[in-house]
Design a protein around this ligand. Sequence first.
Ligand SMILES: CC(C)(COP(=O)(O)OP(=O)(O)OC[C@H]1O[C@@H](n2cnc3c(N)ncnc32)[C@H](O)[C@@H]1OP(=O)(O)O)[C@@H](O)C(=O)NCCC(=O)NCCS
Length: 178
Amino acid sequence: MSKSLYPAHLVSQWRAPDGTLVAIRPIRPEDAEIERAFVAALSPEARYMRFMMALKELRPQMLERFTHIDYEREMALIAVVKRHERELQIGVARYVMQADNESCEFAIVVAADWQGLGLGRHFMLLLIDLARERGLRIMTGQILAANKRMLALARVLGFSIEDAPDDFAMKNVRLEIR
Ligand SMILES: CC(C)(COP(=O)(O)OP(=O)(O)OC[C@H]1O[C@@H](n2cnc3c(N)ncnc32)[C@H](O)[C@@H]1OP(=O)(O)O)[C@@H](O)C(=O)NCCC(=O)NCCS
């Protein structure tokens, strides 16, 4: 059971440049299998960029944690397409509220076949809007310094980018949500 009511009003659609309709919805406990398969199918590099560690599969506790969320304190949007009558997850973007109750940290990953089409940008704009509606004022993220694409995306979205003080391989990004 999730800890708060499913926000069904946040279900939406996004049209890819080739016309494919992509469903976007807050993650639910029932999405555990497509989330597991999505992470397992990512390249090792993409998994490392997202989780900052070598990881082949989500461990059961991580899967539970990622799919049973408290929508009051966090949000995870998944992007899903229909393939052979089944759902295929092609991306996920989430934020988690911090203890100060006014800032949140984001994380995002888009499947390789779907990168460079605008989904990452669309996800981030949705996430920023939701954080604003939730009353949050700051969104932060940690990005590997080598992750040029995510850094470029953060920059166009208005995030400030700084070297992480304790780790030269990492950048801290921060957006004041207005
Ligand atoms: C980073 C990531 C989420 C971006 O998703 P995406 O769907 O490819 O993003 P978009 O298509 O919206 O592109 C966003 C920006 O990335 C850059 N970009 C996109 N395609 C690119 C390409 N082929 N080459 C270089 N830069 C590119 C551009 O700056 C683009 O902005 P623009 O559209 O204004 O030019 C995706 O690459 C990913 O999942 N990477 C692995 C996981 C990861 O790094 N997560 C971030 C950790 S928090």
